[in-house]
Design a protein around this ligand. Structure first.
Ligand SMILES: *Cc1c(COP(=O)(O)O)cnc(C)c1O
Length: 411
């Protein structure tokens, strides 16, 4: 393999990739030379930086975005008696996390033009569950847009549900409601928000994730479940005889576990990278917006064959994905043929997502349910390259290549 040359106009363009600069490298090397490789000051600094960018009261960094979802459900006390509403158009992780705490998943349909679950879809899923076991809803802010968090919060309030936002696509997204201006992760309309810092996401820690919340009690539980369920907090110790020396002081080695947890910690190496990357967040968001705007401009003349996602009103997205909706049948081709032809021309693409309820495990568990919105969306979607170091000229090259591939089939 040759090293990709960013100056070359023919480099292969994946659908997503990280950007790591010299400051990022220096930050990681500094940790390697220091005393802490894990659970040291770089974790605290990263959590503080996450609080700054989201406006959240508490941020808990953990090993990845899937762990973040699992921790959030554990902290919310969601378990085997419960059901959780999850949109059909998402990554496997949210539904799987619900199953891993023993809860049942109630899939909700989505709007086919934006890929988002709206409050009406969550309502319909709640009605379909037809019992009072639904305990939570996990909206996914698909591609970086967030549809109606305030409406979802109202829905959740009516039915007494916990709201756990999967913000893995939406670090840096802001939105307006009747009450004002909000940051995804600030939890103005949610109990907790989860993030992922996988290399294809907005910023990266290689592997990594986080949960933000306003609730001190949830924050304490998240920290405990992240580290084996252990606590050294004197106020929480229950075994007087073991915990204390004769003079009443807490024994210096002592810890207790009230409930089992996991090792979902994240290292100082990863958090140093994350803090360094977060410093660039405004630039990253601006660059991704500029690229998506260029895509929109280039794609507009290709309608109705190729269309951008519908823009969600009141949302200023930090774009994670550049999804286009293509009428493959009208173009006389198939998605598989288009993806292969694009790849041959140096353009990567991906499908986000195969509806999760169609996975064999969930079909076996819940049977076949119709999700007309998710199904219509899935038939048309294709994610094109979007990452920080992509250039406007490369956006033009991607859309020109797509246009050529599609018109090649129309004769
Ligand atoms: C990436 C992602 C996850 C999982 O994050 P990992 O860090 O890969 O575990 C969960 N949900 C959504 C929507 C994601 O995009």
């Amino acid at each position: 393999m040759t090293t990709p040359d960013p100056q070359s106009d023919r480099r292969f363009l994946p659908y997503g990739r990280q950007s790591v600069d010299q400051a990022d490298i220096d930050a990681v090397v500094a940790v390697l030379r220091g005393d802490w490789l894990t659970t040291g000051p770089a974790v605290d600094a990263f959590e503080a930086a996450l609080r700054d960018v989201t406006g959240a009261e508490h941020a808990i960094a953990c090993s990845n975005g899937t762990a973040a979802l699992h921790l959030a459900l554990l902290a919310a006390g969601i378990g085997p008696r419960d059901r959780v509403i999850v949109p059909a158009n998402t990554f496997l992780a949210a539904a799987n996390a619900a199953r891993l705490v023993g809860a049942e998943v109630v899939f909700a349909d989505i709007d086919p033009k934006s890929g988002q679950m709206l409050a009406e879809h969550a309502e319909a899923a709640h009605a379909r569950a037809d019992d009072n076991r639904v305990a939570g809803v996990m909206p996914v802010y698909f591609a970086g847009q967030c549809a109606a968090p305030a409406d979802l919060a109202d829905f959740a309030c009516t039915h007494d549900l916990r709201v756990i936002e999967d913000g893995c696509h939406a670090l840096g997204t802001t939105y307006d409601s009747a009450a004002g201006h909000h940051h995804v992760g600030g939890n103005d309309h949610a109990d907790m928000t989860t993030f992922s810092f996988h290399p294809v996401k907005t910023i990266t820690t290689a592997e990594g994730g986080a949960i933000t919340t306003r609730d001190a009690d949830l924050a304490e539980k998240l920290r405990r479940y992240r580290n084996h369920g252990m606590t050294r907090d004197p106020a929480q110790l229950t075994n007087e005889a073991l915990a204390h020396a004769a003079d009443g002081a807490v024994n210096p080695w002592y810890y207790e576990m009230a409930e089992p947890g996991l090792n979902y910690r994240v290292s100082d190496l990863q958090c140093a990278l994350g803090t360094s990357q977060l410093k660039r967040l405004p630039d990253i968001v601006a660059q991704r917006r500029a690229l998506v705007a260029r895509y929109a401009e280039k794609i507009a003349p290709l309608a109705p064959l190729v269309q951008s996602l519908d823009m969600v009103k009141g949302c200023s997205p930090s774009w994670h994905l550049q999804v286009v909706r293509i009428d493959f049948a009208a173009a006389g081709t198939s998605r598989a043929e288009v993806m292969t032809a694009l790849r041959e021309q140096g353009v990567g693409s991906q499908v986000h997502y195969i509806p999760v309820p169609w996975q064999p495990y969930y079909r076996h568990r819940y049977g076949d349910t119709e999700f007309p919105g998710a199904s219509a969306y899935y038939d048309t979607c294709l994610s094109l390259p979007l990452f920080e170091s992509l250039t406007l000229a490369e956006v033009d090259r991607v859309v020109d290549t797509l246009e050529a591939v599609l018109s090649g089939h129309r004769h």
